[in-house]
Design a protein around this ligand. Structure first.
Ligand SMILES: C[S@@+](CC[C@H](N)C(=O)[O-])C[C@H]1O[C@@H](n2cnc3c(N)ncnc32)[C@H](O)[C@@H]1O
Length: 284
């Protein structure tokens, strides 16, 4: 990896970037790893078509994620924060415990993506951001914004297939850092955190092993066109007959005796169509 420059998009291994940083130097680390475990466990049957971008993205194994976490713990200054993104699967399976020490957990925010996703039972609409603090843990004088709700609705942007909510990340950053503080994002994806740092005067150090063209990110991951659905399920759509056939053929329900002796009675009793009288319509 080339020398990492601050406030730029660096390409390379996030672990090496973390190893190059001084101990106790960062006020905040955003950690959004690409969990391989999710791909292995939650097979929805369309990994190769609808989610091809996610599939192509460099994945991170659990031991690798733990190595990142160990470096993040070293790099954080006392009372500094690590903000870790996870979905329901990771939250329920691992929580923070095997990654950061359990007693580092100080809060959890649910990101409501305002768009329904997949799921075998309920369908996903949220992701979670676990907020951990290096000891000594305290909020007073360190977390200065007390108006952030713990359920945060924000639409996903299209910078990257996994881009995280810009406004929520900005609020968290402003709540726990001051201008000039070092903010680290070792798996930067679409570099939303870099943008926030440039806007707010924080020093950014971050990288990603892959580079994804801006604007392409969300297209395939969320389009879910009919063609893609067909590819995913293998089911054929029922084709409509040509318009000329539809107009000439008898509708099925009007065949003789299909509704038995009561056929037509229901319709006979129905009230006639409303007649418009001025602005109001009335039945008579
Ligand atoms: C979940 S995405 C991050 C999305 C990002 N937080 C955003 O808002 O756009 C995870 C990223 O980790 C990157 N990644 C995987 N292995 C990596 C490694 N060893 N070092 C740095 N980045 C890595 C992937 O390329 C992917 O872009």
């Amino acid at each position: 990896m080339k020398a990492v420059k601050p406030n730029t998009k660096n390409t390379g291994d996030g672990l090496k970037l973390l190893q190059s940083l001084k101990t106790d130097s960062a006020a905040l680390v955003f950690f959004d790893p690409q969990y391989r475990a999710i791909m292995d466990q939650l097979k929805y049957g369309n990994e190769g078509s609808r989610q091809h971008q996610r599939f192509e993205m460099p994945q991170m194994t659990t031991p690798q994620i733990r190595k990142f976490a160990a470096e993040i713990m070293r790099v954080l200054q006392p009372s500094g924060h690590a903000v870790m993104w996870m979905d329901k699967f990771v939250l329920c399976t691992y929580g923070a415990a095997p990654i950061f020490p359990l007693d580092w957990t100080v809060d959890l925010v649910t990101w409501d993506k305002m768009k329904i996703g997949m799921g075998y039972r309920t369908r996903r609409r949220g992701e979670y951001v676990l907020i951990c603090q290096k000891p000594p843990r305290r909020a007073k004088g360190i977390w200065i914004d007390h108006a952030i709700p713990d359920v945060w609705p924000e639409k996903k942007n299209s910078e990257h297939p996994h881009s995280k909510p810009y406004d929520l990340q900005k609020r968290i950053l402003l709540a726990v850092t001051s201008p000039g503080d070092l903010v680290v994002d070792p798996c930067a994806g679409g570099y939303g955190v870099l943008k926030i740092c440039l806007e707010t005067g924080r020093k950014f150090m971050g990288c990603d092993v892959a580079s994804i063209k801006p604007g392409r990110g969300n297209t395939k991951a969320s389009t879910n066109t009919r063609k893609e659905r067909k590819m995913a399920t293998g089911k054929k759509r029922r084709a409509h007959p040509p318009y000329s056939v539809m107009m000439t053929s008898k509708p099925k329900h009007q065949g003789p005796g299909r509704r038995g002796k009561n056929q037509g009675k229901r319709f006979a009793k129905r009230a006639p169509a409303p007649v418009s009288i001025g602005k109001r319509a009335r039945y008579y």
